[in-house]
Write a protein that binds this ligand. Structure first.
Ligand code: FAD
Length: 477
């Protein structure tokens, strides 16, 4: 029987559930396909550096698949609406009888898969969807009354209990298939409309499973034990930097979980606090995917907390642009935004700081920030990005209460005490000493800084403005 595995956000041969299942399902030829869908990527604001990362990983994946005698075919389908016809055509060309894929959970992704499944089944071709991207299928971790958890700590408790009982096993590497005489397609090095990022950005994120596993091993060996203490300091290598690999599926969450538990002597909950905290971060990833499925409105631009839809956001395009380009005059915000532009990634603590600054101090709608992040991030993921933005804007699940507004100066003094991170990204502040680095406006006067803007907003007054805007929601009819 000829089988096809349709790869999407699961760009790996190791521990790939759909690939392992397809390989085990028969003895005939096994083919793989990936769809090039530029109009869909544009509609989803996928960043050029993320598309480039996919292509670089696909080139590696194609080689790894070829070593197993599984050709990787590439097909163009401008949008996902075209996917059923394109896949059906491919199945006819190669007399494919069964298609395997790992489930994806966005609304569009689910609709696409339903349409593909229906088209294939109508043609007598079997469709198999597998749980792979997550440890827990969305909808499988529910409250006692059968609803979706809205509070992370309660969700995590149930996940811990389940994982302590049984760990999801790693999938076997597919055995080498018999040669089938079908050649794989060359992987393009670029796609029109998605400019190739700088060489320095590419070097930060080397492609391929081998590179991802090296990074996981280094993190597990050298940093994981101190993760709970070090993860909030952006100048330190305190976090794993694995998010691009997890988002593209070059690594699986099971591989991460097993690597973390190995550091903890195989123990689950108790043990090294770094390990426990990191596993908890992996569960945030699960939580936001659950939210995406349980509350599909969040992936359609709507607030999780409906009452916040009435908030009087400011229309302030100049302030938005200053934030986007790292020119707000608040060094920690600007340094973080320039890190994002230069590397396609930002430290988690700073994602929260800049998101709060945009939505509270500038009182600009979180949707603008969410879109800008998605257009820049190499790890852009609808569920995590939306969840992070709505948390920061106090419109989401588990939301930070609106009156708890991070002060970016206090955050900077706490998490970048020597200004090392700020100096790295703002060379114009290189000569400013430690005392003034986070608030150079205080230098003022003739000795101000000609190359660095004054703050575009007064932090205390803008905080009061945000509080008033949120309070006004309480008095809405
Ligand atoms: P580590 O600290 O090493 O964590 C390990 C893994 O756990 C991460 O790689 C990631 O897959 C997952 N994880 C960690 N924190 C979270 C979280 N809060 N929510 C969901 N998953 C998490 N993460 C993305 O993967 N894609 C996004 O588009 C994204 N956008 C965000 C936007 C905002 C406003 C905020 C506040 C957070 C966002 N995050 C996003 C979550 C988090 O910032 C990143 O996952 C993290 O910074 C990635 O770095 P790391 O791999 O070193 O993380």
């Amino acid at each position: 029987m000829t089988r096809l595995v349709w790869l999407r956000s699961d760009l790996r041969v190791r521990d790939n559930t759909a690939l392992a299942a397809a390989a085990a399902a028969g003895n005939g030829p096994l083919l793989a396909v990936w769809l090039i869908t530029p109009a869909q990527w544009r509609a989803h604001d996928d960043a050029p550096c993320k598309v480039d990362f996919w292509l670089r990983n696909l080139a590696e994946l194609s080689r790894n698949l070829a070593a197993l005698n599984i050709p990787l075919l590439l097909r163009s389908a401008e949008r996902w609406d075209d996917a059923p016809a394109v896949l059906l055509q491919l199945c006819r060309e190669h007399a494919i009888e069964a298609v395997h894929a790992n489930a994806e959970y966005g609304v569009h992704e689910q609709r696409r898969d339903q349409a593909v499944a229906a088209a294939l089944q109508a043609a007598g071709i079997a469709w198999h969807s597998h749980l792979d991207q997550l440890l827990f299928a969305p909808g499988s971790v529910l409250t006692k009354s059968g609803g979706y958890f809205q509070v992370f700590s309660q969700f995590r408790k149930v996940c811990y209990a389940r994982l302590a009982q049984s760990l999801p096993a790693l999938q076997a590497l597919p055995r080498i298939q018999a040669p089938n005489g079908i050649a794989g397609d060359p992987v393009p090095t670029a796609i029109d409309g998605f400019p190739t990022p700088s060489q320095s950005l590419r070097q930060l994120w080397p492609a391929g499973e081998a590179a991802a596993h090296r990074q996981l091993a280094t993190f597990a060996d050298q940093h994981l034990q101190w993760y709970h203490n070090e993860r909030d300091f952006p100048a330190k290598p305190g976090t794993s930097g694995l998010s691009p690999y997890l988002a593209a599926g070059v690594l699986s969450p099971r591989q991460c979980l097993h690597a973390a538990l190995a550091v903890n002597g195989g123990e689950f909950a108790d043990g090294n606090p770094g390990v426990v905290t990191w596993i908890s971060e992996l569960l945030w990833r699960e939580f936001y995917k659950h939210i995406l499925v349980g509350y599909p409105r969040v992936s359609m631009g709507r607030a999780f907390r409906r009452e916040t839809e009435a908030l009087a956001w400011r229309d302030a395009p100049e302030d938005l642009e200053a934030w986007q380009q790292g020119r707000t005059g608040i060094p920690i915000v600007d340094a973080a935004m320039r890190q994002l532009l230069a590397t396609g990634w930002m430290h988690n603590r700073l994602r929260m700081v800049v998101a709060m600054f945009l939505t509270k101090n500038l009182l600009i709608d979180w949707r603008h920030g969410e879109r800008w992040f998605m257009r820049q991030l190499i790890d852009g993921d609808l569920a995590a990005n939306n969840g992070g933005w709505q948390w920061s804007a106090s419109t989401g699940t588990d939301a930070a209460p609106y009156f708890r507004i991070f002060n970016p100066l206090t955050q900077a003094e706490r998490f970048d005490p020597d200004g090392t991170f700020v100096r790295q990204w703002l060379p114009e502040l290189a000569g400013v000493d430690k005392r003034d680095i986070h608030n150079p406006a205080a230098l003022g006067g003739l000795f101000g800084l000609p190359n660095y803007p004054r703050p575009i907003v007064d932090l205390a007054r803008s905080r009061e403005r945000a509080l008033a805007a949120f309070k006004a929601l309480d008095t809405q009819p």
